[in-house]
Write a protein that binds this ligand. Structure first.
Ligand code: ADP
Length: 685
C-alpha cells in the first residue's frame, strides 16, 4: 500500500511538474501570438496612414515636376527664337511647338496657305510698261513663235522689272525662248541664273524657281546627252524640298514630289518627310487646337493670372495634351498663343516612368499608372491592384489617368506574419514534443525504479523465508538432540547431518548476499591465479554430489582430461557452479537429471551445466541475469530463491572476461555454457 502511494505520488508529481511548465508555456506562446497580431494591426494602421500621406504628396510632387518640365519647354525665349523665322529648322517631334496669333493664324510651324491668291496677287502691282513688254514677248513666243522678237521683248522687260519676281519671270521667258530655238547654252545660262539667284521666288503658279529651274536643267542636259544638272544634284534638291527649304503649299509640294520622283525614278521613302510632318502638325492645329483655344476664350477660361493652360485632347489617332500660354511679341506688337502639344503615349513612355522611379525611391511606395479600365499603362497588362492601395486622380494636369500608390510594406508584413506564426507554431510543437518525451522518460524511469523496489521487497521477503527454513530445521534438530539423550545413534547422526546440510545452505545463501553487497558497493575483488580448472570443478561437484543424489538426481559427468591451465578465482568458480547446480535442482520437475561438462573446443574451454527441468520462457531469457529477477510464470512450480544467483554468476563470468550463454526450452530443460578462452582474445564465436 505504501509502495503504491509512493509510486502514485511520484507519477502525480511528474504530471504536476509537467503541467506547471506546460500550461504557462502554452500561455506564453499564445500571448505571444496575440501580441504579435496586435502589433501587426498597429503596423498596418501606420502603413495605411503613411500610404495616404505619402501617396498624396507623391502625386503633388509628380504634378509639380511635370509642370516644371512644361514650364521649361514653354519658356519665352524658345518661342522668340522660333518666331524669328527660323522656319528651316526641322520641326521637333514630341512635343510639337506651335505659335498662333490673335487671328488664329498659325505662325509656327508655317506652311504656305493653299489658295490661288499667288496667281492674282503677282499681277496687281505691275507697271504698265513692264506688263506691255511682257505681253508682247508672250505673244511673240507663244502665238507667233518668233523667238528672236520674244527674246528682245523679254530683255526689255528685264530692264523694266521692279521686283524680283518680275525679273525672274522675264528671265524665265528668255530661257524658254532660247531653248525653243535650241540655243542650249543660253537656255542653260538663264535657268542657272534662276536656280541660283531666284531660288525662293515663285512663278505665276506659285512654284519657286529653286524647284522648277533644276528640273528644266536636268531635261536639257538629258537631251544634250551631257551632265548639266545630274541625278545627284536633282536628288539633293528633292531632299531640300522634303526638308522644307521652300515655303510652299501642300499642292505645290505634292506636285513637285511626284515630278521629281518620276524623273528620279524613286519611291516614297519610308520615313515621313519633314514637310509632311509639319503639314500634319498644322492640320492638327487647325482641326483641334485652334477650336479648343477658341472654346476656352469663349468661356473666358484663359485666365490671365494662370501662366500656362493645359487641356486634354482626344483626336482620332491618339490622345494629346495641349499646353499653351499668352506671349507678347515685340516685333509684331501683339500677343500670341505660344504652346506645345504632345502625344500622351510619349509622356507615359518617356517621362512618367522616370518621375515615378524617383518618387518610389523617395517614398518607398510603389506606383502604377492606370486608365479607367485598370490597365497598367506602362505594361499594357491588367494592373493587379492590391486591396491596400490608394487611387489618386490628377488635380493640376488633365491626364486621363489615375495614379495608384501601393504600400509594399503590406506584403512584407504579411510574409513576416506568416513566418512568425510558423516559428511560434514550430516552437510550440517542439516544446510539447519535448515535454511528452520528458514525461515518457520520467515515467519509464519511475516504472523501472518501482519495479526494482518491488523486486527488492520481494527479495527481502524471499530471503527471510530462505533463511528461516534452514534456521528452524537447525533449531528443531538441535533441540531434539539436546532433549532426547537416549536417541538411537542412527537418528542422532541423521539429525547432525541435517544440521550440517542446512547450515551449509545458510552459508551459501549468506555468501551470495555478501557477494552481492560487495559487488553493489564495488568492493568485490577476484583473486585470479593460474590453476587446474578441472580439479576445482571436480572437487565442487564432489562436495555437492551427496546433495544431488539425495534429491534423486542422476548426474551425467563429462570432464575431459586435456583441459589446459587457465587463470581464475577458485572460490568464484565454485560459486558459479554451486549457483548453477542449485538452480538445476530447484527448477527440475520429475526428470531429475543434471549434466556437468568440461570440454575443449578450438580455442575455448566450455563449462556447461544442463538440466532437463521446467525450462525458461524465451521472452524471459534476457532478464534472468538481472538482480532480484525471478521468472514469474512457473505455473504450479514454486521454488524459493533470492534472484541473486545468476546475477552473481554473470558478474563473476564477466570479471574473468568470460562469456555465458543460456539455451532453454520449456518443459525440456536449460543449459548454461561458459566460454573460457584458453588464449584470451582468440575466443571462439
Ligand atoms: P533464484 O534465487 O530465483 O534462483 P537466480 O538469479 O539464480 O535466482 O535465477 C533467476 C531465475 O532464473 C530463477 O528464479 C528461475 O526462474 C530462472 N532459472 C535459473 N536457472 C534455471 C534453470 N536451471 N531452470 C529453469 N529456470 C531457471
Amino acid at each position: 500500500m505504501k509502495l503504491f502511494t509512493t509510486v502514485f505520488r511520484r507519477k502525480r508529481g511528474v504530471v504536476l511538474f509537467v503541467a506547471a511548465f506546460l500550461f504557462p508555456l502554452i500561455f506564453v506562446v499564445l500571448a505571444g501570438i496575440d501580441t504579435f497580431s496586435k502589433r501587426q494591426k498597429t503596423t498596418r494602421n501606420l502603413l495605411e496612414s503613411n500610404l495616404w500621406f505619402s501617396g498624396r504628396t507623391a502625386l503633388e510632387q509628380l504634378e509639380q515636376q511635370f509642370n516644371e518640365l512644361e514650364k521649361g519647354l514653354l519658356n519665352d525665349s524658345s518661342f522668340y527664337h522660333l518666331y524669328k523665322g527660323d522656319r528651316l529648322e526641322p520641326i521637333k517631334s514630341n512635343p510639337y511647338f506651335f505659335l498662333i496669333d490673335t487671328t488664329y493664324k498659325i505662325l509656327y510651324p508655317s506652311v504656305a496657305e493653299d489658295n490661288d491668291n499667288n496667281l492674282l496677287v503677282v499681277d496687281q502691282n505691275w507697271k504698265s510698261a513692264y506688263k506691255e513688254s511682257m505681253d508682247k514677248a508672250k505673244i511673240a513666243e507663244l502665238s507667233n513663235q518668233t523667238y528672236s522678237a520674244a527674246v528682245a521683248s523679254y530683255q526689255k522687260s528685264l530692264t523694266l522689272a521692279q521686283t524680283k519676281q518680275q525679273e525672274a519671270l522675264a528671265i524665265e521667258g528668255l530661257a524658254r525662248s532660247y531653248w525653243s530655238v535650241r540655243n542650249n547654252a543660253k537656255a542653260i545660262e538663264y535657268y542657272q541664273l534662276l536656280k541660283n539667284k531666284y531660288s525662293q521666288t515663285i512663278n505665276l503658279s506659285g512654284h519657286p524657281y529653286g524647284l522648277t529651274a533644276p528640273l528644266q536643267l536636268h531635261v536639257i542636259g538629258k537631251q544634250m546627252g551631257k551632265e548639266v544638272f545630274g541625278t545627284d544634284s536633282l536628288l539633293k534638291t528633292y531632299q531640300l524640298m522634303l526638308d522644307r527649304h521652300w515655303l510652299i503649299n501642300s499642292s505645290c509640294y505634292f506636285f513637285f514630289k511626284q515630278e521629281y520622283e518620276s524623273v528620279l525614278e524613286i519611291d516614297n521613302s519610308a520615313e515621313v518627310p519633314e514637310f509632311e510632318k509639319v503639314l500634319k502638325c498644322s492640320q492638327f492645329l487647325e482641326n483641334h487646337v485652334i477650336p479648343l483655344v477658341k472654346e476656352k476664350e469663349k468661356y473666358s477660361e484663359l485666365n490671365k493670372t494662370v501662366d500656362i493652360n493645359s487641356a486634354y485632347l482626344e483626336a482620332k489617332d491618339a490622345q494629346y495634351l495641349v499646353s499653351f500660354k499668352k506671349l507678347y511679341f515685340p516685333e509684331l506688337n501683339k500677343t500670341c498663343l505660344a504652346g506645345i502639344y504632345w502625344n500622351l503615349d510619349s509622356i507615359k513612355i518617356d517621362i512618367i516612368p522616370n518621375l515615378l522611379k524617383k518618387l518610389e525611391m523617395e517614398t518607398s511606395l510603389e506606383f502604377r499608372l492606370v486608365n479607367n479600365k485598370n490597365t497598367n499603362l506602362l505594361t499594357g497588362e491588367p494592373a493587379n491592384i492590391p486591396e491596400e492601395s490608394l487611387k489618386l486622380t490628377f488635380n493640376n494636369i488633365p491626364f486621363p489617368w489615375e495614379l495608384v500608390a501601393i504600400q509594399p510594406g503590406y506584403k512584407k508584413l504579411e510574409s513576416d506574419a506568416k513566418r512568425e506564426v510558423i516559428i511560434y507554431g514550430l516552437l510550440l510543437v517542439i516544446i510539447i514534443a519535448l515535454m511528452v518525451f520528458a514525461v515518457f522518460a520520467l515515467m519509464r524511469e519511475i516504472t523501472r525504479e518501482t519495479n526494482s523496489m518491488l523486486l527488492q521487497t520481494e527479495f527481502v521477503h524471499n530471503v527471510s523465508h530462505e533463511l528461516k527454513t534452514p534456521l528452524s530445521l537447525i533449531r528443531l534438530y538441535g533441540e531434539t538432540l539436546l532433549i532426547k539423550e537416549d536417541l538411537p545413534e542412527k537418528d542422532q547422526k541423521e539429525g547432525l547431518q541435517i544440521i550440517t546440510k542446512e547450515s551449509e545452505r545458510l552459508t551459501h545463501m549468506i555468501n551470495n548476499i555478501l557477494d552481492f553487497s560487495k559487488i553493489e558497493m564495488g568492493r568485490k575483488e577476484f583473486d585470479l591465479k593460474p590453476g587446474d580448472l578441472k580439479k576445482v570443478v571436480q572437487n565442487t561437484l564432489d562436495s555437492y554430489r551427496y546433495h544431488l543424489l539425495k534429491k534423486g538426481f542422476k548426474i551425467n559427468e563429462e570432464l575431459e582430461s586435456n583441459i589446459p591451465q587457465v587463470t581464475f578465482d577458485k572460490s568464484a568458480v565454485e560459486g558459479i557452479l554451486i549457483n548453477l547446480l542449485s538452480n538445476a535442482i530447484k527448477f527440475s520437475g520429475n526428470t531429475k537429471q543434471v549434466a556437468i561438462r568440461l570440454k575443449m573446443s578450438k580455442v575455448n574451454i566450455i563449462l556447461e551445466v544442463a538440466d532437463q527441468g521446467i525450462g525458461i520462457p524465451e521472452k524471459e531469457l534476457k532478464n534472468i541475469f538481472d538482480r532480484f529477477y525471478r521468472v514469474k510464470e512457473k505455473s504450479e512450480f514454486e521454488a524459493r530463491g533470492s534472484g541473486l544467483g545468476l546475477t552473481l554468476v554473470k558478474h563473476a563470468v564477466e570479471a574473468h572476461d568470460w562469456r555465458i550463454i543460456v539455451k532453454s526450452k520449456l518443459e525440456e530443460g536449460t543449459a548454461f555454457s561458459i566460454f573460457i578462452p584458453v588464449n584470451p582474445k582468440k575466443e571462439e564465436k
